[in-house]
Design a protein. Structure first.
Length: 180
């Protein structure tokens, strides 16, 4: 059940925190990339959905930690690192949206982070990575737009598939509570 609009705008908060912290990123351009960014992001979304189904959110977080640790050892920004960051962005956005619907007292009791903390953590990871590889604010904004356009719809459809014919659609009926 939606609670008076709570959770709305958390995506904007995530994006704003990330972009606001990028102001300190040097404006030098990164090395020439040779891969298809849209295809890489689509593939990252599919792999993220599979991992999420198989291991849940905790499995995704463990994977992302290992991904950043290994991919940031490289001297140049790579398709692998772009994939990690796209997966981090998609997972963080969805997790923040979900946690924004849970009252703070319940989140504290359950030991789950506040949506703002999720956004801040992702923003810090992004800023560190963008600084390390001299990714400009313009390039960072382009990355976000590509993930929103090419990755997020694939990930959302995979983790929140439409109901089968005859099933109640809790999203269409705001009076019904959702277990999501």
């Amino acid at each position: 059940m939606r609670s008076g609009g709570s959770g709305f705008g958390i995506g904007s908060i995530v994006a704003a925190i990330c972009m606001a912290t990028l102001v300190s990123v040097p404006q030098a351009s990164a090395a020439k990339e040779t891969w298809d960014h849209a295809a890489n992001i689509k593939d990252a979304a599919k792999r993220l959905a599979e991992l999420h189904r198989r291991e849940g959110s905790q499995g995704v977080l463990k994977f992302l930690d290992a991904c950043y640790r290994t991919q940031t050892l490289a001297s140049n920004y790579s398709a692998g690192l772009e994939s990690c960051m796209a997966q981090d962005y998609m997972h963080s956005q969805v997790l923040a949206q979900i946690y924004a619907r849970i009252p703070q007292a319940d989140r504290v009791r359950m030991g789950t982070p506040a949506p703002e903390d999720i956004a801040r953590g992702m923003g810090q990871r992004f800023v560190a990575t963008f600084k390390q590889y001299n990714i400009s604010v313009k390039e960072a904004e382009s990355f976000k737009k590509m993930v929103d356009k090419n990755g997020m719809p694939i990930f959302l459809k995979a983790i929140f598939p439409p109901g089968k014919p005859g099933e109640a659609d809790s999203a269409a009926d705001p009076g019904k509570a959702s277990d999501r």
